[in-house]
Write a new protein. Structure first.
Length: 600
């Protein structure tokens, strides 16, 4: 008998002509891991919410959801609460939204234990602390007293997993549990889920759009498209012989890291330098807990320098907290830099954005990670895209601006008719194209992309990357591309700058970096990328723990607490940049370590 049997599941929302989920059927056996994949809007999350009885008010569901021999669809809350979280539990995509910001971590988990009588009151706190330790939360006794905002993204996700596993459920539903995490933390969380599932012998329904995550963790796959189940089978069969056209496109878009071609037509070494930085320091000032007047300096960027040439893509790579975004914002004048030099086309920049010449502001444009947050929801697309022309082309009339908007929308692959829509009427990929169109309409020399494809599905991400490469070839645009996704970086970049805790670890040509990295941190990042191939053995996480707090950076090499190759010198001396075979690496052992990748 199946642990869970879903038959002809239909989810409807009032006012919508199309069903969110339409006639979906599947089974999950005891101890089995099933991947539920699909792009945004395919119905993955709606399916999970229907299984858990958590659909929002107004939504309706029909069909059948049998947990062993009990019908859960439409069951009263009293019945559902006998199964949640003791028999089935869910890990949500965004722990910051799922956790109550006004309640300490330990108290939130204590409520779960006491409400569902998972332990006697006298042993409830010990039960919570034990589970937080099992999911790898450092110092669980202290973290029980922390607020959600005081934890990193990876730590919050561990708390969510601990909350779901308190009842030792037979079925764990994980909805995009690693989408918002760095690739290294993602690897740790996936390893944690595998280990806990084996220990508890739980079944897992893993919901994701990342086929690399599915390949290394799932025995079977279910593929959703516009609410319908279009393909089902073993992970090996679906990857090797996809039957549906959409599945085939998704597999091709998730090409393994080693198969992605490094971009060609790199600019000449003597090409014009359009953007440069030297000895750059950027600091933030934070108030310590309990302090009234005191502000502590936190160095987000420390002694960073680079050059970006015309027509070149330079990728900034590193985990959260590495200083990538702080560096980009300093370059753009959105935050001040404490010291150092920034030059655009030979002009040295001083002060904030408002004090820079219009010509410089035009030459540097930014595309944010989340277009939904960066596009004005009260403006139509054509007015959003035309806005830069009102600043930089003040003599243009309204009709001329809208003609320019129509042309740029066509260039980024959007129909001119979309100009009449509002941002909420666009898909994620369409919204990101609008953001790119708004940046390109000013004809900039440099485009800064801050995690511009991190939240997009595989095929949509590929389309956006192709768009950026076409634009670069068309106009000689230079790209400063910020990402923690090494697969994307390899596809797009000519050179890569790797950062860790505000410092530069390595700078290298893309081909050299992905063949033989010189810094242990770079190698760990590359090894953490999940491979979308079920026949490739899953690697164990190379990096343990997370980035140390910038408030108390380690002495010597900032990476030494997590490095497998650490020696005594690393704990004392800050490594100077060392040039080895054209690669600059800030590692004492860069010349002696063999970190070459296996290209087999």
């Amino acid at each position: 008998m199946s642990l869970l049997s879903v038959q002809n599941l239909v989810v409807r929302y009032p006012g919508s002509e199309q069903h969110a989920v339409s006639g979906v059927s599947f089974d999950i056996a005891h101890g089995e891991t099933v991947g539920l994949i699909g792009e945004s809007g395919s119905g993955k999350t709606q399916t999970a919410l229907a299984l858990m009885g958590l659909l929002p008010p107004g939504a309706s569901a029909s069909g059948s959801v049998l947990f062993e021999d009990t019908e859960l669809l439409g069951a009263p809350a009293a019945v559902l609460n006998q199964y949640r979280p003791c028999r089935m539990a869910m890990v949500f995509q965004d722990p910051l939204q799922a956790l109550n910001p006004y309640v300490r971590i330990g108290d939130q988990l204590l409520r779960v234990v006491l409400t569902h009588r998972l332990a006697p009151r006298s042993g409830a706190a010990a039960r919570v602390q034990e589970m937080l330790g099992q999911v790898g939360l450092p110092d669980p006794g202290r973290q029980m007293h922390a607020w959600p905002h005081q934890l990193s993204g990876g730590m919050r996700q561990r708390v969510m997993i601990a909350a779901a596993l308190l009842g030792e459920p037979d079925l764990l539903i994980a909805d995009e549990p690693t989408t918002a995490l760095d690739v290294t933390v993602q690897m740790q969380i996936l390893a944690l889920l595998r280990n806990l599932r084996q220990r508890l012998r739980s079944a897992l329904l893993l919901i994701t759009h990342d086929l690399g995550v599915v390949a290394g963790n799932c025995e079977r796959m279910l593929v959703l498209e516009q609410g319908q189940l279009i393909e089902a089978g073993t992970a090996h069969d679906v990857f090797r012989h996809p039957r549906h056209e959409r599945t085939r496109a998704m597999v091709e878009a998730a090409m393994p890291l080693h198969d992605i071609a490094v971009p060609v037509d790199a600019p000449a070494r003597d090409a014009e330098t359009v953007l440069s930085a030297a000895g750059l320091f950027v600091s933030h000032y934070e108030k310590p807990r309990g302090a009234v007047w005191r502000r502590d300096e936190v160095q987000a960027v420390r002694d960073v320098g680079f050059e970006l040439r015309r027509g070149e893509t330079l990728a900034l790579v590193g985990e959260s907290g590495s200083g990538k975004t702080s560096l980009a914002r300093a370059l753009l004048g959105l935050v001040p830099h404490k010291s150092g030099e920034i030059c655009v086309l030979g002009t040295r920049l001083h002060g904030a954005l408002s004090g820079r010449p219009l010509s410089v502001r035009r030459d540097l444009q930014l595309v944010f990670q989340d277009p939904a947050a960066s596009l004005n929801p009260a403006m139509r697309v054509r007015d959003i895209v035309a806005e830069p022309l009102q600043v930089h082309e003040r003599t243009l009339g309204r009709d001329a601006r809208y003609d320019a908007v129509a042309r740029i929308l066509e260039r980024v692959g959007l129909a001119a008719e979309l100009g009449a829509r509002f941002p909420h009427e666009l898909s994620g990929g369409q919204a990101q194209r609008v953001a790119i169109a708004r940046a390109l309409i000013a004809s900039p020399r440099v485009l800064v992309c801050d995690e511009a494809v991190a939240a997009l599905d595989g095929s949509t991400r590929r389309e956006i990357l192709d768009l950026l490469q076409r634009e670069q070839q068309r106009s000689g645009l230079s790209l400063l591309f910020i990402s923690h996704d090494l697969g994307v970086v390899k596809q797009l970049s000519h050179r890569v700058l790797v950062m860790y805790m505000g410092r530069v670890c390595e700078v290298a040509d893309s081909a050299a970096l992905f063949t033989r990295p010189r810094h242990p941190y770079t190698r760990a990042l590359i090894d953490s990328v999940p491979q979308p191939d079920p026949d490739v053995p899953v690697k164990q996480p190379e990096l343990r723990g997370e980035v140390t707090s910038l408030r108390r950076p380690p002495s010597g090499c900032v990476f030494h607490p997590r490095c497998h190759f650490v020696i005594d010198r690393c704990r004392v001396d800050v490594p100077a940049p060392l040039l080895t075979d054209g690669t600059v690496a800030a590692c004492h052992r860069a010349a002696e370590l063999d970190l070459q990748l296996d290209q087999a």
